[in-house]
Design a protein around this ligand. Sequence first.
Ligand SMILES: CC(C)(COP(=O)(O)OP(=O)(O)OC[C@H]1O[C@@H](n2cnc3c(N)ncnc32)[C@H](O)[C@@H]1OP(=O)(O)O)[C@@H](O)C(=O)NCCC(=O)NCCS
Length: 149
Amino acid sequence: MARLDFGPWDEAQLAYNLNKIIPEGWFFVTDSSRRIVATAMCLHNYSGQSPFTGDLGWLACHADHRGKSLGLALCARVTQRLLEAGYTTIQLHTEYFRLPAITTYLRIGFVPLITSSEASSLWEEACTRLNWRFTPVIWQRQTQQGACR
Ligand SMILES: CC(C)(COP(=O)(O)OP(=O)(O)OC[C@H]1O[C@@H](n2cnc3c(N)ncnc32)[C@H](O)[C@@H]1OP(=O)(O)O)[C@@H](O)C(=O)NCCC(=O)NCCS
């Protein structure tokens, strides 16, 4: 994690996230030497709106191991674990420039939640770059119906 562009990943950051990981909710992919090459977490997120909101958090893959859809496999596993644990809203946060992550999230079925015209422009641009249909009206309907976001 510390090698990626997430900002400082220190003991404090680890402790903060350890407090939020649900039981059996931290997944790793290892290589043949058992070195960790990719990871993602199931995080409890008490949103104040629903007691059962879970976050897909800290998806990351070592640069040498990208291109094999390990991110997709980890997202699927995190989503499965959160559903199994009873979470009814599953969300994540990302940044507009993280195109490999965004395409992974869209492929697995997450739906953008667009709350401002600035976010709308960024999503439109990301979709253009990913060759993904920009469909805010459909996404809004899906989030209202309780789809993953
Ligand atoms: C997100 C991450 C785990 C995905 O790794 P991965 O599973 O190996 O994903 P891939 O490299 O297979 O990329 C996924 C898709 O994005 C596409 N992609 C990669 N870079 C891209 C770019 N710059 N523009 C458009 N598409 C891109 C790939 O072509 C691939 O599609 P394909 O399967 O059709 O080839 C990895 O990129 C990573 O660790 N990124 C840094 C950390 C990060 O941003 N985490 C997300 C935090 S929210």
